[in-house]
Write a protein of this length. Structure first.
Length: 338
């Protein structure tokens, strides 16, 4: 009887140990802290989307996934966030697609004007073959896309010298460029392109080292470049893609449940982010006018010379630099270009 009691006690002890071990494994699998970085300032579409994603992850995981946020370049700036995501300085981040072009030139595709009519259409393409092909390139550089976001409509212009209506009006201006294709286009029009982090533009314009800059209206307003540049040309033609990315090695180390939850939390922010950039474009124009800037919004026939120069030229330059890989991405976009 005593022997039987000892055997039962041993069995119970082993069962308890196994249960505690399983509970410990489950706890470690569910408890997670995510370092999430972005460099855009507050009240921009990108910053709003990032804040929403962080909130979604916390709520959907019931607190088992904690999110440490690093906004406004507090951990990684525009110039080093791609490398910071690849080396896992941040586990997760949002940054411009074109910042990856120094590693993979084909990833500057979204800076080419007139590839898609709006962000809603482009989002559909990104959830199809285009998105898979872009992600395949990014995975070679250590990151994976979990959702898509948009910075807004890029390549508007601000400067302190004169109104810009046609590309030839850029001649003689020293302008901050946005990616290598942008730089080549500015140079072709007689301007002097300058590669510069967006955080440095205000001071450079204030001191006269720059005459102006090309970027989206959200940057022109949020970084207050309008204070040092009276003339603004607003063009609604390039929704720049800002993918929500994770470090690939870190991502593979998570449980499937964690990956599914983070993906769902990120993707549920996409539609609101698209609406945000549309509202932002309209509201930024109103703000600039209220601040006393001279705002020229190009529409209809006014866009023709930009399509004939920037549109055609940048496609040719892009394909010359990227070859078959670039052609594959442009082919992915063809069904969505009208």
């Amino acid at each position: 009887m005593k022997k039987r009691y000892l055997n039962l006690s041993l069995t119970a002890a082993l069962a308890t140990t196994a249960f505690l071990g399983l509970a410990s494994t489950q706890a470690s699998a569910s408890d997670l802290t995510v370092r999430f970085a972005w460099y855009m300032p507050p009240h921009t579409a990108t910053a709003n989307q990032a804040a929403t994603i962080a909130k979604n992850i916390r709520e959907m995981s019931h607190g088992s996934i904690k999110v440490l946020t690093y906004p406004s370049g507090s951990l990684l700036k525009a110039s080093n966030i791609a490398n910071g995501l690849a080396n896992n300085t941040a586990n997760m981040g949002i940054n411009a697609m074109h910042w990856w072009s120094k590693y993979a030139p084909a990833l500057q595709w979204d800076t080419i004007p007139f590839l898609a009519p709006n962000a809603t259409t482009l989002l559909k393409a990104l959830h199809g073959k285009l998105g898979k092909d872009v992600d395949a390139i990014l995975e070679k550089h250590g990151v994976h896309v979990v959702a898509w976001g948009f910075y807004g409509y890029a390549k508007s212009y601000v400067n302190s010298k004169r109104t810009i209506i046609k590309p030839a009006d850029l001649k003689g201006l020293r302008m901050r460029s946005e990616g290598s294709l942008s730089a080549m286009f500015l140079k072709s029009q007689g301007a002097t392109p300058v590669a510069m982090d967006s955080s440095e533009v205000y001071t450079s314009m204030q001191r006269g080292a720059l005459d102006g800059a090309t970027s989206g209206l959200s940057t022109i307003t949020s970084r207050k470049w309008y204070e040092v540049g009276k003339y603004v040309t607003a063009i609604h033609y390039v929704p720049l893609v800002y993918p929500v990315q994770v470090n690939l090695k870190w991502w593979k180390g998570l449980t499937q449940q964690q990956r599914d939850l983070i993906t769902k939390a990120a993707q549920s922010s996409e539609k609101a982010a698209v609406q945000d950039i549309e509202n932002e474009f309209t509201n930024d124009i109103k703000l600039l006018k209220a601040k006393g800037n001279q705002v020229t919004q190009l529409t209809g026939k006014q866009l023709s010379p930009w399509k004939e120069t920037a549109g055609v030229m940048e496609r040719k330059l892009y394909l010359k630099e990227t070859g078959a890989t670039g052609q594959k991405i442009l082919d992915d976009l063809k069904p969505y270009s009208k």
